[in-house]
Write a protein that binds this ligand. Structure first.
Ligand code: ADP
Length: 566
């Protein structure tokens, strides 16, 4: 049996209704309920019950009614009382039955060696008596006449004989009725307790199967020979093996565990064998191998299921993938190094220039003074940009960035940004080509300006070398969108790294060894802004030949409005 398949409820799950129905019939009841609980007398706290031919809606009424009357106990387990006809009708009993014979309500307390198991409440016609009561009443001058009697052995009804033939008609018959009732209670309680236990086991099995199937950690179980007997869906995702392919396989052959240095971990290091040997909570980090040969770090914990005699039967291996945690750790430490590096550089420059300027003995001509102050201003701008980008990135993550969407003439905006950058950087050539008058887009002017500004800054920044950076901006449109591209002839980006540069804090190569300032946030922010407009952003690049960054925005009539927040 594998836990990966949903389990069918066992037959024992259905034993309760049959047992309860038979017991109520033996007591000549037409309908009723068995309520399981230590608090069986408290209708509010009783949650487990099994109905027999009784509407669920009638249950609160029946329980509160039985609670008010006399309570049965282990000495007098059965109490039967006449039921008020109005209440009987409210409980859904037929008018005919209520009007013709009247109705009785009985409660049977089911005690066994473990205590009170629950209460069996039943409703019946006032003319009927079970064999247990019939014995008693015969002993009590035979007050009841012409009733149906149910035989305890056969469970079948028979018309009660008036001459007391069945009861024996003497005083001893009361005692025999009582002992028959005690026997009935004991047997019924034992059967119900067994059925309840089976029910609980089926529920427990369902709960464990759900945990097994839905766990985000991989779980595999093995037999004593370390052959796989269960392989959960998380394990399938982790390793690429299907459960059907690995069942009965030696688990070490499937996972091919190694230590971090790449040495094979053989049987002697098997955490399951340690668990079999009695070690508790065996946790171990290791590298395992997926079906396609990919290796990844995991932490495994092994435990053992034992027989009643304490022998190991099954081993359970819980496998937690550490890849994501490792990536996050790496990202966190890169973030800290990059940010401290990016903060320290401008601060050091500002501090250096400011200290020189502040020296009481220093004399500067106007040109020198000016150049130092310009340097301080530039470094302050750099700091300002870095802090701004950090805030931007954290807002994007928190999905809290507000946008002010308007109908925008993109060509005009591109021209104004180009003019501004060109005025600032005289040693750069920027050319702009627009294939035709561009259609308007729905966009946040400021944010799209930032995107373009960032792409132009990068194109300049990553075009080192003796010549003047040569940048081309091309705008065109399709039926759906307007596309802007920024092309440089700079250092280019390898194909492998092209997918990563849009991630946060991602800088090509060694982030700290780079000579160009930056924290790896610009492209991440640009992409988030463009995508929030319903557009796309991508790159085409070849190492040492240059890069072209593209972004698109939906044409005004195609834009999905309103787009205010992302
Ligand atoms: P920053 O420039 O602040 O490091 P970005 O997110 O703007 O951050 O860029 C991420 C990385 O992508 C850069 O560190 C750089 O390695 C690479 N990159 C971006 N634009 C270009 C470009 N035009 N040419 C070559 N590499 C680039």
């Amino acid at each position: 049996m594998s836990w990966s398949q949903p389990q069918q409820a066992e037959d024992s799950h259905d034993q309760m209704p049959t047992l309860v129905g038979s017991a109520i019939q033996l007591l000549c009841g037409e309908a009723g309920v068995f309520v399981v609980s230590n608090d069986a007398f408290d209708p509010q706290s009783s949650s487990e019950y099994t109905l027999y031919k009784l509407d669920k809606a009638a249950l609160p009424l029946l329980l509160s009614y039985t609670q008010e009357g006399m309570q049965p106990n282990s000495l007098h387990p059965l109490i039967v009382e006449t039921l008020d006809p109005t209440i009987a009708l409210q409980m859904g009993l037929s008018k005919d039955m209520v009007a013709r014979h009247g109705v009785e309500c009985g409660s049977l307390a089911l005690h066994d060696d473990y205590g009170l198991l629950g209460m069996l409440h039943f409703l019946r016609s006032a003319t009927r008596r079970s064999c247990f009561e019939r014995h008693n009443e015969s002993g009590n001058d035979g007050l009841v006449e012409d009733e149906d009697v149910v035989d305890l052995e056969s469970g079948e009804s028979s018309v009660r004989a008036e001459d007391g033939e069945e009861s024996g008609g003497d005083g001893e018959s009361g005692e025999s009725g009582e002992s028959a009732l005690q026997l009935f209670v004991a047997q019924l309680a034992a059967s119900l307790r067994f059925a309840l236990r089976s029910q609980a086991l089926v529920k427990e099995q369902g709960r464990l199967a759900a945990i097994f199937r839905n766990s985000s950690d991989g779980i595999l179980t093995v037999d004593q020979a370390l052959r796989i007997i269960d392989f959960n869906p998380a394990m399938e995702r982790l390793t690429g093996w299907r459960e059907s392919e690995v069942l009965d396989q030696f688990y070490i052959k499937v996972l091919r565990p190694k230590d971090r240095q790449g040495n094979d971990l053989g049987l002697q290091d098997s955490p399951i064998l340690l668990a079999f040997a009695g070690h508790e909570a065996v946790n171990r980090e290791m590298v395992i191998c997926a079906r396609d040969g990919q290796r990844f770090e995991v932490v495994v914990s092994a435990s053992c299921v034992r027989s009643v005699r304490g022998e190991p039967i099954n081993g359970i291996l819980n496998v937690h993938d550490l890849t994501r945690e490792r990536q996050q750790e790496e990202q966190r430490s890169t973030f800290i190094s990059v940010i401290s590096h990016e903060l320290q550089t401008p601060i050091a420059i500002i501090k250096g220039y400011a200290s020189t300027l502040a020296r009481p003995d220093a004399r500067f001509d106007n040109r020198t003074l000016r150049s130092r102050l310009v340097a301080i201003e530039e470094e302050t701008d750099r700091l300002n940009k870095l802090v701004g980008n950090l805030l931007y990135a954290s807002r994007i993550q928190a999905h809290g960035l507000q946008m002010d969407i308007v109908s925008l003439d993109l060509e005009r905006l591109v021209r104004s940004v180009v003019r501004r950058v060109q005025a600032r950087s005289a040693d750069v050539t920027i050319s702009l080509y627009c294939s035709e008058p561009l259609p308007t887009v729905m966009a946040d002017r400021e944010r799209i300006e930032e995107v373009l500004q960032n792409l132009l800054d990068n194109a300049i920044k990553y075009s080192p070398g003796p010549g003047k950076p040569d940048i081309n901006i091309i705008c065109n449109s399709t039926g759906e969108e307007v596309i802007v591209s920024v092309r440089d002839a700079g250092m280019g980006i390898s194909v492998r790294e092209q997918a990563q540069i849009f991630n946060r804090f991602e800088r090509v190569g060694d982030p700290l060894a780079q000579t160009t300032p930056g924290a790896g946030l610009g492209l991440y922010i640009c992409k988030a802004i463009v995508e929030a407009h319903g557009g796309r952003m991508w790159v085409e690049s070849a190492l040492r030949q240059g890069s072209t960054f593209y972004f698109s925005l939906p044409r005004e009539e195609k834009a999905q409005l309103p787009m205010v927040v992302f």
